[in-house]
Design a protein. Sequence first.
Length: 219
Amino acid sequence: MSLPILFEDGEALVIDKPAGLPISPPRRGGPSLEDHLDALRLGFQRRPAAVHRLDTDTSGCLLLARNPKALARLSRAFEARQVDKTYLAILAGHPPGRSGTIALALAKISSADKGWRMIAARRGKPAVTHWELVETLGPHALIRLRPETGRTHQLRIHALKGLGAPLLGDPIYGAGPVAGARRTMLHAESLTVTRSGKPPIAARAPLPADFLALGAKDG
């Protein structure tokens, strides 16, 4: 498997991560991003390292740092919210309007039967997501999400609790895989990082085949 490169310079790469590829090696074994890091050196001495995370199911823009100094600097940019990200998602339903902002704090819970998951909770960590309707796809809707914060499962919970419908294919917060959606239908569409004294890191990942097969239009 080759990973398309969407942006490249001396300190960073942005790759188009396919759905189904985990960032870290799974406990049960199997392929992961680690298997591709040697090929992604592209002549550099060091292997690049992921600056942030995407869920295994999520496709799209993933930022990699090409040296330790770049990793520290880009990690600080994420912490300081100097990164602009957009996601495209297919809802298992329709949102209540055409655009808006969801502000729901999130907390982590766990149980013996269901394992860990995130819930909306007043005493949780603040989380904010802006959204807009892109197009309707029959019983579903394609929406664009712009998170201000980066909480675990933020977009999935905000879709369910803020928009009244889970992401199509979501096995934890929705009905799970269905025909045409064998994974959680979430795609990291774009990523922009502002840098002092340098042009910004900017990349956009085209829609994957499973989005297109459900009628979504790229661009």
